[in-house]
Design a protein around this ligand. Sequence first.
Ligand SMILES: [Fe+2]
Length: 461
Amino acid sequence: MAGSSDVRIGTRVEPRLWLLIGAVTAAAAALFLASSARHPLSDSRDSLAQLGFWTVVALVTSSFPVSTPRGSVVSVSIAPILASGFLGGPTAAAIVGFVGILEVRELRGEVPWYGTLYNHCSTLIAAVLGVLVYSATVGHSANPWAPRTLAVAMLAGLVFFVVAEVLAAASVAIRQGRALRAVIANDVRAYGMTFLGLVPLAWLMAFTYELIGPLVTLVFALPLYTTRAAYRSVVELRHMFTQTVRALASAIDARDPSTKRHSEHVSGIAVEIGQELGLREADLEVLEWGGLFHDIGKIGISDAVLLKPGRLDRDERVQMNQHPVKGAEILANADRLSAVVPLVRFHHEWYNGSGYPDRLIGEEIPLLARILAVADAFEAMTAVRPYQPVPKSLEKALTELRRCAGTQFDPQVVDAFMRTRTARGEGEISADPERDMRPPTATGSALEHPPLVPSNSAQTR
Ligand SMILES: [Fe+2]
């Protein structure tokens, strides 16, 4: 189903997540018992054959889920689950929903047992509640071709989608420390409409099954397959592009061994801040790529300047400060990256107008560039650099960001950063084993290159 949560092995399970899993499991069991009592399954051979048929169709559609970039899994099995419910009632939908979403990766042990349990129970709850709306409103002997029946089927699909999405998003929100609303908003924008588009298909499948027979229903496997293929090609294309971008970014970082994975870290932190601010998926993507590309202009800076351990003199600083402009020029011709160009150009602008290269002030600086500036500064402060052999501790870096909020940084962005996992010391950055091997950070006075114009900067090169 769309939006099932992609709980993977190795994830630390928080107590809140255990509570959620327990509550959802208990609710699913109670709903199933209540549904079996009020809407018992018919034990006729036809009904059992029907149940078997829809379960197999659901299993086939679930076998090839598509993982989306930020933790959800999309499959098209809502169609057979709802179809089984339209014909056989909520208990049938519960069984098809619970059994039919079994995936190969679950059988291979790639999903922890509690993740499997949670996903299956969530789908059962969504299926029962959705189909109950249908059963209570039109029953199962209604004229299937009446417009009202389709309208009620759409409503049932909407209930299914909302329940499944809220439950999936709740687990993603807990695991990733994100706001529930932001996770839901992103998922709905990403695939809500396509998902609801599967409901009329479920309705058609149900009634062709009843009126003509199961074999004809299989004709609908084609639109299900093409829908899944469309999801997949979008996700794969994006994945390929991001991998290429990452390869390029690591080539930039590789020139200076001390900035290893800098761009990747900046990208991750920027996305975290964007998520905290509730930005749209499209903006998060621009932040992700902007983080990876922000220093691409350093390709044009000579080693003598880039790798210089001491202070830069005035000419060297002038050369170094050209990297945002050079970077923007490099990316200017890539249409797909046009949204990233302003981030690259403006990531060293200051909120009070004393940054470079264009001395933009306040909200003249695009929000995404203001976010990138905070992510870049935090990453640079907590990393070893030629000019900063002893990195700042997490606490000192946070204090520095707070101190510079309103002058160098947008205070709202700094506030949002303070709420991220990275700022709370739970993020990937602080969990990076290489970082743990860096020198102790209690001593302050990091050797910082003063910028050409601004002073008192938390930023580095
Ligand atoms: Fe930079």
